[in-house]
Design a protein around this ligand. Structure first.
Ligand code: ADP
Length: 570
């Protein structure tokens, strides 16, 4: 797997995934296919019957030729086709909606089950784009395009079959005549995608430049940037113009040629059919029926050509959505439960993908109930160590264990009861307060947890936090309530209160104290006061623990911590 993007499913995986989606709705798919076949078959009736009517009229007069009956049958066929096709479409749309929902839920559960280290590693936009733009593209295609294309495809197959059965020679002539449309269609599609992408990019570029110029009008005035802004604006306009002309050229070739090409098979069939008719080897009715079939092909072929591009781009989206399934699962989980609450870090090295080691040979033992502060300059590796302790990352060499079991091997539910990492990133879901606490705890326990962290605002568990978004401090309280409910023996705090304003921070510290009561605490400390109050302090520098001891110890040692402390105290 590459370092910063999620995998994309290959063709085989995409086909298999599509197969699974179809299998999940077998009954509906079978009925839809059947209706499509019936509709396409019904559509064949009218031209054939019209041919028979013509033969009846032009042939030798037979008393009681069933012209009325044939005409009535034409009407019936048309009606049957219309109703069957509508019904097939309706079922197709419903299938599309259900399948889109399946893809969404599947994506969500896969995203939720991604190993935390993968989520940390990939570009944040990638997962979000797959979950929104790509899933939407696939859902839109399933809903709006696929049923219609499927109806059209079945019709094309049946019509081609019908012409060939009607008269093989005419059929081959007609199909050869159609090759022009296929060729021009392919020519167009090859160029259309990049041309329209360029047009879209040029449009957003222009919009961006214009918006930037307007928004920065004062700055432009102040720094006399007219000329450069004009140049940039003109370039963006020129690019837009170029790209629009390019797509216009494509359209001005494709549409007339395609329209014209539709007449070629008709002309061919008229010519050859006419000769055969004059030769007496074919009836007039057969020629007319063949031409009507070929004319009927135009609609469905147009539909397919128009949507082919969207089908292509949504299949690319689908490959990206399905790519999540190719993420290697979280490594084998621990067989045994931790034997104690003791955390041990032995000879740990860690490097972010593609980067140098940021932790070098770290050793540390944290006793149950201990309060350990980790201090050090920015970039020393404190957060990285915190993530390793919480099982988010797994060390390259060495081990991080709790009660003798590797932390990163613990299955998520067991891990949460051991170690929880609290950072300043608190996610609040646009759901009720109850859903936000995300645990199968009884309401009483949730209320108690909220009370303990001082969340007086949260009295009604049914409050919709999407409608009443909490403040930063309230979100923090929610996060702490989640910790209380998960009830781990060890809490790692990484800048948990760093972003709050001092007053909120004080309230948060109080809430925190309630949460941390009776737990092991590993605090990545930004205020040395936190370090001062801890049982032991680990000082980190350039990926190593360079000092470890109590506050008094370290002060008397006159080492780096003592220097930091003196600096802090002015
Ligand atoms: P601290 O918490 O002490 O400020 P960090 O653990 O955040 O230090 O960072 C240690 C080193 O690891 C730094 O050099 C930082 O640039 C690097 N680092 C941190 N996070 C990442 C990441 N997600 N990807 C790559 N490098 C990272």
């Amino acid at each position: 797997m590459s370092t910063d993007t999620l995998p994309v499913a290959d063709t085989r995986q995409v086909v298999r995934a599509a197969g699974r989606l179809i299998a999940a709705d077998k009954g509906a798919v079978a009925v839809t296919v059947l209706l499509n076949v019936l509709a396409a078959a019904a559509a064949l009736g009218a031209p054939y019957l019209l041919g028979r009517i013509i033969d009846a009229v032009t042939g030798p007069r037979v008393a009681g030729a069933p012209i009325d009956a044939l005409a009535a049958a034409v009407l019936l066929c048309a009606l049957a086709h219309m109703m069957l096709a509508r019904w097939a479409l309706l079922l197709g749309y419903r299938f599309g909606e259900r399948t889109a929902a399946r893809i969404r839920t599947g994506f969500l559960s896969r995203a939720m089950n991604l190993p935390a280290s993968t989520v940390e590693r990939v570009r944040p936009g990638d997962l979000a784009a797959r979950g929104t733009t790509d899933v939407d593209a696939v859902a839109g295609t399933l809903r709006d395009v696929l049923p219609g294309v499927f109806v059209a495809g079945t019709q094309v197959l049946f019509l081609v079959g019908a012409v060939l059965v009607l008269d093989p020679l005419l059929g081959v002539a007609g199909l050869l005549g159609l090759s022009g449309i296929v060729l021009v269609g392919r020519w167009y599609l090859r160029r259309a995608r990049s041309a329209y992408l360029e047009e879209g990019a040029a449009n957003s570029d222009l919009a961006e430049e214009l918006a930037a110029t307007t928004a920065g009008a004062r700055t432009i005035e102040a720094f006399r940037l007219y000329r450069s802004r004009l140049t940039v604006g003109r370039a963006a306009i020129a690019r837009t113009k170029r790209s629009r002309l390019a797509t216009l050229r494509l359209r001005s070739v494709y549409f007339p040629v395609a329209e014209g090409s539709y007449n070629i098979p008709v002309v061919l069939v008229l010519l050859i059919g006419g000769l055969l008719y004059l030769d007496g080897r074919i009836t007039l009715g057969t020629v007319v029926a063949a031409i009507l079939y070929l004319r009927q092909l135009i609609g469905p072929m147009d539909t397919i050509l128009i949507w082919l591009e969207q089908l292509q781009s949504s299949s690319a989206s689908f490959a990206r959505v399905e790519g999540l399934a190719a993420v290697p699962p979280a490594p084998a989980t621990a067989a045994a439960a931790p034997a104690s609450d003791r955390i041990e870090v032995t000879g740990v090295r860690y490097a972010y993908p593609g980067g140098p080691d940021v932790l070098h040979d770290v050793h540390l033992t944290v006793q149950p109930g201990e309060r350990l502060a980790i201090v050090g300059l920015s970039g020393a590796g404190k957060s990285t160590l915190g993530r390793l302790l919480a099982g988010v990352h797994r060390p390259h060499t060495g081990t991080v264990t709790v009660g003798g079991v590797a932390v990163a091997d613990l299955p998520p539910d067991l891990l949460r009861r051991q170690v929880v990492l609290v950072t300043q990133e608190h996610h609040v879901f646009r759901e009720t307060l109850r859903d936000n606490l995300m645990v199968a705890a009884p309401d009483d326990r949730m209320r108690e947890a909220l009370r303990t962290v001082g969340a007086d605002w949260a009295s009604d568990l049914d409050t919709d936090l999407g409608e009443h978004p909490p403040t930063g401090a309230q979100a923090q309280q929610l996060a702490l309530a989640r910790v209380l409910l998960a009830d781990p023996h060890t809490v790692i705090l990484d800048e948990a209160t760093a972003l709050l304003d001092p007053r909120a921070a004080r309230a948060a510290e109080r809430a925190l104290a309630a949460v941390l009561h009776n737990r092991t605490v590993i605090a990545i400390a930004h205020r040395l006061q936190t370090a001062h109050d801890a049982d032991r302090i680990a000082v980190m520098d350039a990926g190593r623990i360079i000092e470890l001891g109590t506050h008094d110890d370290l002060i008397t040692r006159h080492g780096p911590y003592a220097a930091l402390w003196r600096q802090w105290h002015g």
